[in-house]
Design a protein around this ligand. Structure first.
Ligand code: IPM
Ligand code: MG
Length: 356
């Protein structure tokens, strides 16, 4: 197959980790007879510096016309002072919205050989963590009206959170379908004791639950979910939630494994177009030193093969190469322990590529 991938390397360590994912994809192409063509587009701070905007309309066009999009990371302290309207994050939200990427899949898996990196006790993570957060990505308070105005002599800021039935239903369906292919458990997280959006959310999820009797379904309030994630993370299989709750809980979940540099993500539309990125940030403090962990990006490329290109065997090949490299004791600095061999970002990418 021939596939066109638009690559948004972004800022900080973005270009370094992306280079390793492209290296691994190159090997997959050779091995399985595919050709991947790459179009590089600036996003975030690097685009602000060059064009004064975090993504240009031409850049956005190249995302829309691609078979899929691979993203490194955006932002950094250098651009913290730019006006709100052109902040690096704006580009990310715009790409999500324009490409219709309403379903964000964020898996959190504890790699057994990295268990000691978890900040949680062995008694809590000992049974393993393998959960998937399905986060609604194009609705809710992120995309409601935001205003700051003077009312009766004082400043009042307002952010509107709104959800329509169809937005909830389509993300709910993704979550139930995903749970069906995993351990068949789904927890829907809301704040139905306070929010109208959550009450609608819950009623839509309950109707869907009737269509999926094979999935063991439960509701859980977001504050309790935050607590349960550290108390007993092993109870979760798939978690579905709205945009902002998903933002917060997915950071919490990623930390349970202690190796945020390993965690991939996929943002999917109703078609095959998706955007794939590691969940960590641009880490400007270590940029340019060839010490970042490229595995989150490499595993994101595997998700791209699986979800956008329907290449399951190719995705499996990447994932098992990553397992093997870790089992052989190779570690980047962020997951290094003294009994292991420390390798650079580019060496890690080569090790994975060689095993494909
Ligand atoms: C994420 C990030 C973004 C979000 C920011 C950078 C806008 O935190 O992808 O989780 O809040 O969605
Ligand atoms: Mg976040």
């Amino acid at each position: 197959m021939n596939k066109n991938i638009t690559v948004l390397s972004g800022d900080g360590i973005g270009p370094e980790i992306i280079a390793e994912a492209v290296k691994v994809l190159g090997r997959v192409g050779e091995k399985f007879g595919h050709s991947f063509a790459y179009t590089y587009v600036d996003i975030g701070g690097c685009s602000i510096d060059k064009y004064g905007v975090p993504i240009t309309p031409e850049g956005m066009e190249k995302c829309l016309s691609a078979d899929s999009v691979l993203l490194g990371a955006v932002g950094g302290p250098k651009w913290d002072i730019v006006p709100q309207s052109i902040r690096p994050e704006k580009a990310l939200l715009a790409v999500r919205k324009e490409l219709g990427l309403f379903a964000n899949l964020r898996p959190t898996k504890l790699f057994p050989m990295l268990a000691s990196a978890s900040p949680l006790k062995e008694s809590i993570v000992g049974n393993g963590i393998d959960l998937l957060i399905v986060r609604e990505l194009t609705g809710g308070v992120y995309f409601g009206r935001h205003t700051t105005e003077e009312v009766d002599g004082e400043t009042v800021a307002t952010d509107i959170m709104s959800y329509s039935r169809h937005e909830i239903e389509r993300i709910g369906r993704v979550a139930f379908e995903t749970a069906t292919k995993r351990r068949k458990k789904l927890a829907s997280v809301d704040k139905a004791n306070v929010l109208d959006t959550s009450r609608l959310w819950r009623s839509v999820m309950h109707s869907l639950a009737e269509e999926y009797p094979q999935v063991e379904y439960c509701d859980i309030l977001v504050d309790n979910a935050a607590m349960q994630l550290v108390k007993n993370p092993g109870q979760f299989d798939v978690i579905v939630t709205e945009n902002m709750f998903g933002d917060i809980l997915s950071d919490e979940a990623s930390m349970l494994t202690g190796s945020i540099g390993m965690m991939p993500s996929a943002s999917l539309s109703s078609g095959t177009l998706g955007m794939y990125e590691p969940i960590h940030g641009s880490a400007p403090d270590i940029a340019g030193q060839d010490i970042a962990n490229p595995l989150g990006t490499i595993l994101s490329a595997a998700m791209m093969l699986r979800y956008s290109f329907d290449m399951a065997a190719e995705a499996d090949a990447i994932e098992s190469a990553v397992d093997t490299v870790l089992n052989r004791g190779f570690r980047t600095a962020d997951i290094f322990t003294p009994d292991c061999e420390k390798v650079s970002c580019s060496a890690m990418g080569s090790l994975v590529a060689e095993l494909i």
